[in-house]
Design a protein around this ligand. Structure first.
Ligand SMILES: Nc1ncnc2c1ncn2[C@@H]1O[C@H](COP(=O)(O)OP(=O)(O)O)[C@@H](O)[C@H]1O
Ligand SMILES: [Mg+2]
Length: 235
């Protein structure tokens, strides 16, 4: 069975999708069978980072219109993506309670299942959390992001999901940033790695290729490769 890891933040736009997509590539390059799943049902955009066209999506699976296998898209050896639907047209037909079963099915065919969680604390978020066994927080070095992450941490405790630690993304390293040491002290969580603010991230998005493929030597890519190593070691 796979390790099922959710990536969550509370606050939107911290970089969850960017981190999940690229860690998926990094782990697959290291020989692991990986599935990345877009569990952000209303802002689905994971597929875009791989330049995928919309075919069968998680929406279709949860609405009973497609089988899980049909929604799996191989984007490189050992890496499959289940994208979310980009339109909200059949969001009413989605049965969230099916998500857990879908994740169990996926976890039989992979070593790692990475869930790109929705922001906020609605039912789609709790459904994603309930379907995973481990959680990584993706935060930015600002007080609002840390405050929201604190809420996610509390929720994970209640739902008995193991908190592996946090990734601090979009680090500029200026006075405006909350220092990493302060963030660690506030959240009392291990720092799995810090990713710098990097203009290559936007360029990769425009190219339809994941950052670590498009710009492997960029500072953010190097940070992501290190985080993948940390994840492999931390059970
Ligand atoms: N390290 C980074 N450097 C520069 N831009 C980034 C970085 N990480 C994420 N971004 C940008 O921030 C925005 C939000 O990222 P995204 O992964 O969509 O966040 P989330 O999934 O948490 O909502 C995107 O436009 C993305 O390209
Ligand atoms: Mg996202």
């Amino acid at each position: 069975m796979a390790r099922v890891i959710s990536f969550a933040s509370g606050k939107g736009g911290t970089g969850k999708t960017m981190v999940v997509a690229n860690l998926g590539v990094c782990l697959a390059k290291r020989g692991k069978r990986v599935i990345v799943l877009d569990a952000d049902l209303t802002m689905a955009n994971l597929g875009l980072l791989f330049g995928l066209e919309e075919r069968f999506t998680l929406h279709d699976v949860l609405a009973g219109k497609a089988e899980v296998e049909e929604a799996l898209h191989e984007v490189m050896p050992k890496l499959e993506v289940v994208q979310g639907g980009l339109s909200l047209k059949d969001i009413g037909q989605i049965r969230l309670e099916r998500l857990k079963g879908v994740v169990v099915e996926l976890s039989r065919r992979a070593d790692y299942v990475l869930l790109d969680c929705p922001s906020g604390f609605e039912e789609d978020f709790t459904a994603a959390l309930a379907a995973s066994s481990q959680l990584v927080l993706v935060i930015n070095p600002d007080p609002l992001s840390v405050a929201e992450a604190m809420k996610v941490k509390r929720m994970a405790g209640k739902m008995r999901v193991a908190l592996l630690g946090m990734v601090v993304n979009r680090v500029v390293g200026k006075d405006a940033d909350l220092p990493l040491r302060e963030i660690e002290a506030l959240l009392e969580l291990p720092l799995l790695g810090a990713i710098p603010e990097d203009e290559e991230v936007a360029r990769a998005l425009a190219s339809g290729k994941p950052l670590v493929v498009q710009a492997p030597r960029s500072p953010a890519s190097e940070a992501l490769e290190k985080i993948a190593e940390v994840l492999l070691k931390r059970k």
